[in-house]
Design a protein around this ligand. Sequence first.
Ligand SMILES: Cc1cc2nc3c(=O)[nH]c(=O)nc-3n(C[C@H](O)[C@H](O)[C@H](O)COP(=O)(O)OP(=O)(O)OC[C@H]3O[C@@H](n4cnc5c(N)ncnc54)[C@H](O)[C@@H]3O)c2cc1C
Ligand code: SF4
Length: 325
Amino acid sequence: MLRRFAYIRAKSLDEAIDHLGAEGARVHAGGTDLLGCLREHIFDAKKVVSISGIKGLSSIGKTTDGGLRIGALSTITEVAEHPLIRERYRGLSQAASEVASPQLRNQGTIGGNICQKPRCWYYRGEFHCLRKGGDTCYAVEGENQFHCIFGGEGCYIVHPSDTAPALAALEAAVRVAGPSGYRTVPMERFHVLPGQDLEKETVLQPDEIVSEILLPPPAPGLRSSYRKVRARRSWDFALAGVALAVLFSGDEVARARVVLSGAAPIPWRSRAVEQVIIGKRLDTETVKRAADAVVRDAEPLEHNGYKISLFRGLVQEELSAIGKD
Ligand SMILES: Cc1cc2nc3c(=O)[nH]c(=O)nc-3n(C[C@H](O)[C@H](O)[C@H](O)COP(=O)(O)OP(=O)(O)OC[C@H]3O[C@@H](n4cnc5c(N)ncnc54)[C@H](O)[C@@H]3O)c2cc1C
Ligand code: SF4
């Protein structure tokens, strides 16, 4: 059952930011994650500030430099189906199509998707674990088959969003509105590791709001993709996933961003793979070396060692496929 809280429908960003300055206030966009968290008492809110009525936050369109602006309230369906995103940022369109179910994609927003809370079952259950301010991580010696193989320090969640790795690969930036104006944070630095802050998932302050996501113009020759492996065949979060953004010059890779999902508490950039493929043709030998490189520094827990072969296979297949596109 939901505990009582004040509910505000903000009409402007300034009004929303003002309300978010109060203790225990939370942003409400599509509500698909927030309301579940409040209902399950994962955390409480004294005030819930709806931003869904704020004009200008739900459009998608070209920027003056030829890039793309995606308003934070754009639904995941809109991101998946927008013709410009399909044509120029295919990896993002694919990632958005992989999110949850059609109903959740129609209700959930892109801003909410990159800010959603972790899915660790101890965190979502009645366990007062480290991330909730307790003194134990129950996953370390518990049921950790869906936890991370990189970047876990005290807490071993995996970042749950499918769109965030695709955005990071495409070098997107997040525009954030707060009490002293706007700031722009590269997607790659938007999420924080447990080693930086155990109780936060993003760099956002409580009174900050993601207003839009900015994508740079795609360079000629840029190809992007996203693929995830899940436990069930219908909707589910990624056990392992890979977002690619590869710039080709002729047959060779001139530039590359490789970002993993289901791997780490943040979208995990695999510089090891990038180093193997840059300057090379994606032939069988290079792709095999890249697949070995992706798991070189992995630190699996007791029950998630299967992710090693998943990532290896996924990177091998996706690099081979993008080389043939
Ligand atoms: C059954 C189920 C399956 C799912 N499967 C997947 C999946 O496979 N892949 C995947 O990526 N996701 C999945 N999700 C997550 C889903 O995509 C998110 O719930 C959704 O994207 C959140 O968007 P929302 O607008 O509803 O956010 P809300 O629920 O309104 O908010 C989510 C969080 O983000 C904060 N927030 C929202 N918007 C902003 C903003 N503009 N600025 C600052 N903070 C903000 C809120 O305070 C809250 O903490 C699943 C969810 C469910 C319930
Ligand atoms: S992995 Fe993180 S969220 Fe899960 S139990 Fe451990 S500390 Fe809590």
